[in-house]
Design a protein around this ligand. Structure first.
Ligand code: GLV
Ligand code: MN
Ligand code: MN
Length: 409
């Protein structure tokens, strides 16, 4: 069994639920177990471990100088997520480091492995929280006050996990020391391959692909208000039922996305008070909209606003982002060497810490490992062992060759 397969097997029981998916929400017990695994694997590799003030985990190679090449991803999941979104990137970084160590070789540059905390926003609603805090892309005060579904504030959750929430915030010294960030990730969806009719790596018959950038995306909350009353005594004609309004919003979002060639999802709905025999007083929906350009996303949101009759509250917005040419070229070159062919290039519809870092001036690049089902954020997420091995081989070659251009500071 290859090292990456062994590492994933070790993680397989952590946070696994009875539906075959994973619940590894940020600052949960399962997340803590994943974080302990990170620290143990790093220590076993002789790396120097660090938990930064925003809760991100680092494993630093010793002795290197110059701009730091960072490999990694995240360890948290969405509720009932797959096994690979996040952990595959962290485990493959460790596997690549180990393959060099076992061969008695040293990386060409200063290297660290990172696991950014709370990438999915599955608990507190704001994605890429660890990298956003570190780069100053989110206000620490706003982050501390985020609340999960059980009413637990982020600062309480962090404190319970042994961190000081008052210390969270921008870390410019750290950001300035990063020469490049490279994230390996399971392919998500089957997006169009550049310059080809194929959609997805399976159709392109390619085990690995290089991601060129991330589509713009945003999250909005829509609160539909109504009048609470008794389900058995209120005539249908006299009702002001916010759930009916919410249903109209869901349909409007779908129709608008189809019309605009975008993607719109209402993946979370909350009804207050949520009693079977009461007309609700409020229905809240969370809308996620993405697409190849900002214009179509804004048009979808405008149409949803008209249908909802209330203005959606923008909870997060991330503009279109292209990964660094220099790092992407380096990545493409090592993929060509390990697979024997040119790597297909394709966009990402999913957000990533790599996008946050790139936006903050850290040259970033991403490698995708073929996912035959294309399914992600659900238990059907998959990748074949030989494809994951090729991904690790590409990262190992990058460690042997890479010397980031960026001057630290
Ligand atoms: C994160 O994975 C996102 O794209 O929502
Ligand atoms: Mn991910
Ligand atoms: Mn994800």
């Amino acid at each position: 069994m290859s090292r990456i397969a062994e590492l994933l097997e070790a993680l397989a029981p952590i946070g696994r639920n009875e539906r075959g998916g994973y619940d590894r929400l940020a600052w949960s017990d399962a997340d803590a177990a994943m974080r302990r695994w990170f620290l143990a694997e790093a220590a076993d590799l002789g790396l120097e471990t660090e938990v930064d003030r925003n809760g991100n985990l680092w494993a630093h190679g010793r002795g290197g100088t110059g701009p730091r090449l960072v490999l990694g991803s995240h360890l948290d999941s969405v509720p009932n997520g797959g096994a690979l979104d996040g952990p595959l990137g962290v485990a493959s970084a460790f596997a690549a480091m180990r393959s060099l160590r076992d061969a008695g070789e040293a990386p060409a540059s200063n290297v660290s492995v990172v696991a950014f905390v709370d990438e999915e926003g599955g608990r507190f609603g704001l994605a890429c929280l660890g990298s956003r805090l570190t780069t100053g892309a989110v206000d620490p005060e706003r982050a501390r006050a985020l609340v999960d579904r059980d009413g637990v504030r982020l600062d309480e959750a962090m404190r319970a996990a042994g961190l000081d929430p008052d210390a969270v915030g921008p870390d410019p010294g750290r950001v300035g020391s990063l020469g490049a960030y490279v994230e390996l990730h399971v392919e998500q969806g089957h997006l169009p391959i550049d310059g080809s009719d194929a959609a997805g790596l399976a159709a392109a018959d390619a085990p690995l692909g290089v991601l060129t950038g991330i589509w713009p995306h945003g999250r909005w909350r829509i609160d539909v208000a109504g009048h609470a009353n008794h389900a058995g005594t209120t005539p249908m004609a006299g009702r002001d039922d916010p759930v009916v309004g919410a249903a109209g919003v869901v349909l409007a979002a779908r129709d608008a996305a189809v019309a605009e060639g975008a993607l719109a999802t209402v993946g979370r709905v909350e009804v207050e008070p949520g009693a079977v025999n009461a007309i609700a007083v409020r229905a809240s929906l969370w809308l996620d909209v993405r697409g190849a350009d900002e214009g179509r996303i804004r048009r979808v949101v405008a149409r949803v606003t008209a249908a909802a009759g209330v203005a959606p509250v923008e909870e997060s917005w991330t503009g279109a982002m292209r990964f660094a040419r220099s790092e992407t070229r380096r990545l493409a070159a090592v993929v060509r060497e390990v697979t024997g062919t040119d790597a297909p290039t394709l966009p990402s519809g999913a957000g990533h810490d790599a996008g946050v870092l790139q936006a903050a001036g850290v040259p970033a690049a991403m490698l995708a490992v073929r996912n035959p089902t294309g399914i992600s954020h659900a238990p059907g997420e998959s990748a074949a062992a030989p494809d994951m091995d090729l991904g690790v081989a590409a990262l190992a070659l990058l460690l042997r060759r890479s010397s980031p251009d960026r001057v630290a500071g």
